[in-house]
Design a protein around this ligand. Sequence first.
Ligand SMILES: Nc1nc2c(c(=O)[nH]1)N[C@H]1C(S)=C(S)[C@@H](COP(=O)(O)O)O[C@H]1N2
Ligand SMILES: [Mo]
Length: 258
Amino acid sequence: MKKDKQIMTIVEGQAIVKEAQRLLTASSRRRFLRNGLTLGGIAMLTGCDLSGNANVEQALSRISRLNDRVQGWLFNGDRLAPVYPESMITRPFPFNAFYAEEDAPDINGDDYRLEVAGLVQDKRAWSLPQLHRMAQVSQVTRHICVEGWSAIGKWGGVPFANFLKVIGADLSARYVSFKCADDYYTSIDMATALHPQTIIALTYDGQTLPRKYGYPMKLRMPTKLGYKNPKHIQVIEVTNRFPGGYWEDQGYNWFGGS
Ligand SMILES: Nc1nc2c(c(=O)[nH]1)N[C@H]1C(S)=C(S)[C@@H](COP(=O)(O)O)O[C@H]1N2
Ligand SMILES: [Mo]
């Protein structure tokens, strides 16, 4: 190998390791992986030859899927995310979506039906009053967005595990996927779906969930990063087929734990 080529490879290599480390920074539980990373290690882990951009992307995407599996193993279904006093609620709570606030979907709650699909016994759609008649809980938790902000908010609604049991979902299925009114979509692992702090949120700060925060309902999970918390949900599907997600399909880590 010529000297120039060697230097370039080293520089590219450092960039690859940096990129891989960036992908792995979301959780301190992954520190052991992050700190131990070398170029050779990445090549070995992924079986990818790291010459050329396509291969780098393939290697990183394999690392991201490996990272999903590690996060899945490490996830403890009983460990609760921190909760905060109401005095610590961030006001105003930030809005975020892949579009501006005024473009948030405007949904008529009277006509709204939540569709249920896939590996469930009862596929009847749900109206909002039906969801409100189930036992309600509330939480004051921190929402962390990968775009560089976090905020504490209060959400109320139905524990998702109760909902899944009521519809006769196959709780041994791998994924639950969400389709939203604004073309957003995402999906989660079953362990997180059943976590006690995962709720179908119908209220924000004691009021009906405002349009910008996901009316008529969103899934709230303090154990997952912001982009995993779908707003304006229209369809919930229980499935064993990997469903991906809007940002996940563009390279965000799928497990997305926080
Ligand atoms: N339907 C839908 N859900 C979504 C998004 C979106 O664009 N559309 N953005 C996600 C991201 S990246 C974040 S940080 C949170 C923001 O939620 P908030 O507006 O309640 O703060 O919503 C998540 N869920
Ligand atoms: Mo986000």
